[in-house]
Design a protein around this ligand. Structure first.
Ligand code: GLU
Length: 367
């Protein structure tokens, strides 16, 4: 008997349309059957469903452009259709659904993040299947997550999920592009995401959806750091959702890493996009990675981009490799003034005493 798990199932437009220009309701009902089977086994299921824009195109029955405003208009038309279809299909199994439309702004701010988390948990406690999409009709590019792969990783972190299933039109991640290379083989398991793998993932695959392997890899990377196992598999596969819970996993599995225990640190993973970068030297890297220390001005060699005190920034080494993310206690202009300085000199350099820590240990997460 498997222990109960929270499972986020992300369904891309290509899965919901079967590559056509219409939602494939016969396949949607099949996916719903599998989700309801998981619920019967005691698991909790959250859907992240794309398809609003595709549903809008199908509904309007007239040619529409592909500009941002056209897509927002289509999402406004299609999102209602989409949720109506999910609602009626889950009702066949006596299961209620609840719609949540999110943007990055809902996770950027810690208070809004906690609010979204509470709603999600309340839906699960009431045995309702949350169905989540980006709030496309109103989200501007500044506050958009942009693709549902990354959105589903944020949802998996919000829900403290055990598994994230990224269902798509490909069997998984391959050693090269299977559409152009017959020798490409499926990668069954990934324990480490490096630049070579990112290169393999390439760009977006379909014209209807937004994602591609590249965004799936980003999503897998974020989610597994929060302790979520991620599987990329073909959404049209027979019993694919149920198989993802079995020993014979389809697709590519990304092993989870040990998650930070503190909710605040998980939010740092899911939360804001970083506004800038702080470059640090090798001594500071050792202090952060081996000694559990805070980041002091002494170890900082540069600040890139413009950021304010309290913003989320990335910490990188001189080779631009990501070391950590965290909330900075100084603005980019201030970091530039105090970089390399000893703690005693800082108050003099800034004309106020803001302490010596550029990033406090409690406000950073190592990557
Ligand atoms: N939110 C978009 C939609 O519902 C899809 C975005 C994506 O697939 O990444 O059409």
């Amino acid at each position: 008997m498997q222990t109960e798990q929270v499972i986020v199932v992300k369904l891309g437009t290509s899965v919901l349309t079967g590559g056509t220009d219409k939602l494939d309701k016969a396949h949607m009902v099949e996916l719903v059957r599998q989700c309801c089977e998981l619920k019967k086994r005691g698991h909790q299921v959250i859907l992240v469903s794309s398809g609003a824009v595709a549903a809008g195109r199908e509904q309007l029955l007239k040619p529409c452009g592909r500009s941002v405003i056209d897509k927002q208009m289509l999402a406004a038309v299609g999102q209602g259709q989409l949720i109506h279809i999910w609602q009626s299909l889950f009702a066949l199994y006596g299961v209620n659904v609840g719609q949540m439309l999110l943007t990055r702004a809902d996770v950027n701010d810690r208070a809004r993040y906690l609010n979204a988390r509470d709603t999600l948990n309340a839906l699960l406690n009431y045995d309702v299947v949350p169905i989540i999409n980006e709030n496309d009709a109103v989200a501007t590019s500044e506050i958009k997550v942009g693709d549902n792969d990354n959105l589903s990783a944020l949802v998996a972190i919000l829900a403290n999920a055990n598994k994230l299933l990224l269902l798509t039109d490909q069997d998984g991640l391959f050693t090269s592009d299977p559409r152009t290379n017959a020798d490409a083989t499926l990668i069954g398991e990934v324990s480490h995401i490096n630049d070579e793998l990112r290169l393999l993932a390439g760009g977006s695959g379909t014209s209807l959806g937004t994602g591609g392997m590249a965004t799936k890899l980003q999503a897998a990377d974020i989610a597994r750091r929060a302790g979520v196992e991620v599987i990329i598999a073909k959404g049209s596969g027979n019993n694919v959702i149920l198989k993802c819970m079995s020993e014979q996993l389809p697709g590519t599995r990304f092993l989870k890493l040990t998650a930070p225990k503190e909710g605040r640190k998980k939010w740092l993973l899911a939360g804001p996009k970083s506004s800038g970068q702080i470059v640090i030297d090798s001594g500071a890297i050792t202090a952060l990675q081996s000694n559990g220390a805070s980041l002091l001005a002494k170890g900082v060699t540069d600040a890139l981009g413009t950021f304010a005190r309290g913003d989320l920034i990335s910490v990188i080494n001189s080779d631009k490799q990501l070391i950590a993310r965290g909330l900075t206690r100084f603005s980019s202009a201030e970091v530039k003034k105090i970089k390399g300085a000893h703690s005693k000199q800082i108050a003099g350099l800034l004309n106020y005493d803001g302490g010596a820590e550029v990033l406090h240990r409690d406000d950073l997460i190592l990557l």
